[in-house]
Design a protein around this ligand. Structure first.
Ligand SMILES: Nc1nc2c(ncn2[C@@H]2O[C@H](COP(=O)(O)OP(=O)(O)OP(=O)(O)O)[C@@H](O)[C@H]2O)c(=O)[nH]1
Ligand SMILES: [Zn+2]
Length: 342
């Protein structure tokens, strides 16, 4: 049975945009390949043509409008967007997933549990515009899961933290309840924390073998990884290799939101460029002295900001370099042409 548009996550936010171009057809992007896109609609899975043969401008979870030839005409404004620095040269931004309502941040009640890492993922969720839910797996293997939950909850007011056994279906139901029918989620976390186990439990299928069967250009059957998966409660789970290694990109706002206590304090420092070290009138140092602020938290904030500034700077540099290179190519071509003209 094919899902309706609202089952697929369609909402008034997208309907309002579609109203401007009612003759075009809406699809949700279920997979992004190098040269083509797979869209989902009431009619099931459909290969879509990207406007310029490239697919870098699309993310799994995007809503697009196509003409009757299934050529994409526009991407609807996103509710949220997860992106990262591209692997390899590591400078260009790469779109990972769009319109993710809930980001499940997965860690476990053991050695993987690490507050700075959780903070980093929280910053990422805030930056993307997704609602964060922390899921601590392997609660069945430790005596004091509640202590882990309390530590995680200390990171932000009203933060949702669940302790679960990912192998237990009733615990999976508890996770699912945070992403009901028509909503979309994704899982992030380190290797081995139980993302695959959770994904299998949430979708009721083995993610390693689930896939989209397609006929390629030569008529051969191929199976490609499915990236937008229906969960057993009617919600959706975006699971792609890119989801597994997210880094912070241009996440300054996200970092400041997670550390809002520190950024608020810094507004009271005497100097607007206060480095919060030895400057007189530093509100942050005063707060540490009074015992209100944990100095370790200040260190983590500094580290995240440094990392973020480094990432953003190298992306900006790469963009500038690409621009300069493009300019150089154009001027060489221009010269060639004008020489030919002589
Ligand atoms: N007892 C127990 N074992 C768990 C739990 N969650 C995961 N495991 C086990 O932990 C191991 C790793 O789980 P995976 O689901 O493969 O972890 P992952 O995050 O997908 O790891 P990568 O594929 O490397 O990213 C498996 O043997 C799981 O069976 C849990 O809540 N309780
Ligand atoms: Zn200061």
């Amino acid at each position: 049975m094919s899902p309706s548009l609202s089952d697929l996550g369609w909402s008034s936010h997208f309907a309002a945009q579609h109203a401007a171009e009612p003759s075009l057809l809406p699809f949700r992007i279920a997979a992004v390949h190098r040269d083509r896109l797979i869209g989902l609609s009431q009619e099931g899975e459909t290969p879509l043509l990207s406007p310029d043969q490239s697919t870098g401008a699309f993310a799994v979870g995007d809503w697009v409008l196509t003409d009757e030839n299934k050529r994409v005409r526009s991407v609807l404004e996103r509710r949220s967007l997860l992106q990262r620095r591209a692997a390899g040269t590591g400078v260009a931004a790469q779109l990972i997933a769009a319109n993710v309502d809930v980001l499940f941040i997965v860690s476990s009640c053991n050695a993987d549990f690490n507050l700075p890492r959780l903070e980093r993922y929280l910053a990422l969720a805030h930056q993307a515009g997704s609602y964060p839910v922390i899921v601590l797996t392997k609660s069945d293997t430790c005596d004091n899961a509640i202590a882990y939950v309390e530590q995680a909850q200390s990171l932000a007011p009203f933060l949702t933290v669940l302790a679960v056994n990912a192998l237990d279906q009733s615990d999976i139901e508890q996770v699912l309840s945070w992403c009901p029918k028509g909503q979309t989620s994704a899982l992030v976390g380190s290797s081995g924390v139980g993302k695959t186990t959770l994904a299998n439990g949430m979708t009721g299928q083995d993610q390693a073998t689930a896939g989209i069967r397609e006929d390629d250009a030569r008529g051969r059957h191929t199976t490609t990884a499915r990236a937008l998966n229906r969960m057993s409660n009617g919600g959706w789970l975006i699971d792609t290799p890119g989801m597994r290694a997210l880094r912070l990109l241009d996440a300054q706002e996200g970092v400041d939101e997670v550390f809002s206590d520190i950024s608020d304090l810094s507004l009271n420092c005497r100097f607007s460029d206060c480095q919060h070290d030895t400057e007189p009138g530093c509100a942050i140092q005063a707060s540490i002295e009074s015992g209100a602020l944990d100095p370790a938290r200040l260190d983590r904030w500094r580290k995240l900001r440094r990392e973020d500034q480094h990432n953003s700077a190298s992306v900006a540099q790469a963009r500038a370099r690409d621009k300069a290179f493009g300019k150089m190519v154009r001027s060489v071509m221009h010269e060639k042409k004008s020489r030919k003209g002589l």
